[in-house]
Design a binder for this molecule. Structure first.
Ligand code: GTP
Length: 599
């Protein structure tokens, strides 16, 4: 393949601005997918992605485009997710390309992740083609949005292309711009192999399949390859490219290309995303610089409902990690829940997605505990410890101070919602850093806020108070001391480690009150009365009671309505799947997450 005819690019955008739809249209217009095979969100291959209509994983595909200059070009398109939790996927995808399409919704304008993703592309020095999308909508204001892109991001408005992924209007221009504006990949194909692993999957038959961007050299079946960081060596079985229907084998891969290889790599630890592959006989002198490893910022416990599934859960986590480099896990034991794993995530959506993938793709039934941020504790002994689980917080008498993580929070909003947003952030203990007026009566607000405060319901509240118009982005900015306390929950007199949480002292009472009430609601009645208490240290600060069971559930089904009875029993069984016995009390999954809605 002549590298001058290759274009490697990504599509980046704020959530829902239409990346996946534009990618669909590009596939169709390059005849990569026939009209019959075409389905919406073609590249979102995970069942979950299609159901939720969001992109979680970056994915790659290679198509051919016959340009107006008469030449045929190879496009390697890497689709990326837009949600802030998946920024890590975006930065990996960007390491593998030379240019990006920055999609901006013509009815919404520049939003928080438009800017965040723009800066990621800028860091890589990529060519950025702004695509003002959804111009078919009646309330589209393409010219205004192009001006906004110029003023906020500094990309001249006349570089913008107006398009609609839905109708296909303007997409031809996008394809031509890819050919004309994005440079072909550089890289010496005679040099020793230097290939970046930007993703990987596990296949039951072929083992680990690393996804590669070749920067230098070539690779073909039979080559002996070496993993840069571990020195491990493998013999290549097959190499190939990504086609819309799946993986397609090719005779070789060369500098500038995006593809995959198989080499009977059985141990998933042997190839890590971000590592470099080279040839054993003729190694490259330096690896690709790689990218910052993802750092999990939210931790939660995952436990099998059936304790016999522990080993299966471990295997599932290992396999999932291969496809999700940002996932972290380590074994954990809970008095209440038994053996499980403490898992680290990039955010709440990431945590939710991982749990759902484990359940669907690996057939596991899991109990998740409430996600929590990572606290740091300075002990009187001078030692400093990181706390991934509220239950692990040392005894207060040993603590000098507790530090909590802060984020720099950036909110973009139309002017009229500024008042409401300021009030909301204040409630969340945020401090304003700056406020800027942008074109189009939009305002950028920048705050410092404790991360734990915006973890749960902040985004939803922001959206509802701004009727969906405000958007946000955040990044970690380190730790600050806080007046924090650990609240212990006792069920039937027994402290339940998996229900403990950390809160600001002033808010602890209200959260505890609302949590015990919620628990009393969701914990099913037992044969006896169950007190539920919240305590700070030895002091009980809130209490509620689950009253004893009086009637049999079936008593409600007077007469002989068998189907109704069956249904009820069925429902009960369904609920049982997610119950964990704590002492004598059966506690459902909902209880462990109740603290999320108690804040
Ligand atoms: P994530 O994958 O979640 O980041 O979203 P995305 O940016 O890939 O957006 P997606 O392509 O899923 O589109 C979001 C919504 O906008 C869907 O309901 C699409 O049907 C709609 N949409 C996308 N492009 C257009 C367009 O050009 N015109 C109109 N009218 N609707 C569009």
């Amino acid at each position: 393949m002549d590298p001058r005819r290759i274009r490697n690019f990504s599509i980046i955008a704020h959530v829902d601005h239409g990346k996946s739809t534009l990618a669909d249209r590009i596939l169709q217009m390059t005849h990569a997918v026939s009209d019959r095979e075409m389905r919406e969100q073609f590249l979102d291959s995970l069942e979950l992605e299609r159901e939720r209509g969001i992109t979680i994983k970056a994915s790659a595909v290679r198509v051919f485009y016959q340009a107006e200059d008469g030449e045929t070009y190879v496009f390697n398109l890497i689709d990326t997710p837009g949600h802030v939790d998946f920024t890590y996927e975006v930065s990996r995808a960007l390491a593998a390309v030379e240019g990006v399409l920055l999609v901006v919704d013509a009815t919404q304008g520049v939003e928080a992740q438009t800017i965040a993703n723009f800066y990621l592309a800028l860091e890589h020095d990529h060519v950025i083609i702004p695509v003002i999308n959804k111009i078919d909508l009646p309330n589209a204001r393409p010219l205004e949005v192009a001006m906004e892109v110029e003023e906020v991001l500094g990309i001249p408005a006349d570089e913008a292309i107006f398009a609609s992924g839905k109708t296909g209007e303007g997409v031809k221009e996008v394809l031509e711009a890819i050919v004309k504006r994005i440079p072909p990949p550089k890289g010496d194909r005679e040099a020793p192999l230097k290939a970046l692993i930007f993703d990987s999957i596990y296949d039951a038959y072929q083992g680990v399949i690393p996804y590669l961007r070749l920067f230098e050299g070539q690779v073909r079946p039979g080559d002996r390859i070496r993993v840069w960081s571990t020195g491990k060596e493998f013999t290549v079985d097959r190499v190939g490219v990504f086609r819309p229907g799946g993986l397609e084998a090719t005779p070789s891969l060369e500098a500038g290309e995006v593809g995959w290889l198989t080499a009977a790599i059985r141990d998933i630890h042997d190839v890590q995303v971000g590592d470099t592959l080279t040839l054993a006989q003729r190694p490259t002198d330096a690896p690709y610089p790689g990218f910052r490893p993802a750092k999990p910022v939210v931790f939660a416990g995952l436990y099998p409902v059936d304790s016999g599934d522990y080993q299966r859960l471990r295997e599932a986590l290992e396999k999932l990690k291969l496809n999700d480099a940002a996932l972290f896990f380590e074994p954990e034991t809970s008095e209440a829940l038994g053996f499980g794993f403490r898992c680290g995530f990039l955010g709440l959506l990431h945590a939710e997605i991982v749990q759902e993938r484990l359940e669907r793709e690996f057939g596991l039934d899991l109990i998740a505990t409430a996600p929590s941020v990572v606290y740091k504790v300075r002990l009187k002994s001078g030692e400093e410890v990181e706390i991934h689980n509220p239950a692990d917080l040392p005894d207060p008498t040993r603590i000098e101070e507790i530090l909590e993580p802060y984020v720099k929070l950036t909110v973009y909003t139309p002017e009229e919602y500024v008042g409401g947003i300021m009030q909301l952030v204040q409630e969340k203990r945020g401090r304003m850093r700056s406020m800027n007026y942008l074109p189009g009566k939009r305002v950028e607000l920048v705050y410092e806020v404790p991360f734990g405060e915006i973890l749960y319901d902040f985004h939803d509240r922001l959206k509802s108070l701004s009727r969906g118009y405000a958007s946000m982005d955040y990044e970690q900015i380190g730790y600050q001391p806080g007046d924090l306390v650990k609240v212990t929950i006792l069920v039937h007199g027994e402290p339940v480690d998996a229900l403990a949480f950390v809160a600001h002292r002033e808010k602890a009472y209200a959260i505890a009150r609302s949590l015990v009430d919620k628990l009393a609601e969701v914990i099913p009645r037992q044969q006896f009365e169950v007190p539920i208490q919240a305590a700070i240290g030895g002091k009980i600060i809130a209490r509620a009671t689950v009253r004893a069971l009086r009637k049999d559930v079936l008593a409600k089904c007077y007469g002989g309505d068998v189907t109704r009875k069956k249904k009820l029993l069925e429902k009960q069984k369904e609920g049982k799947k997610r119950l964990k016995a704590i002492g004598k009390v059966e506690v459902p999954q909902e209880a462990f997450l109740a603290v999320l809605s108690a804040g």
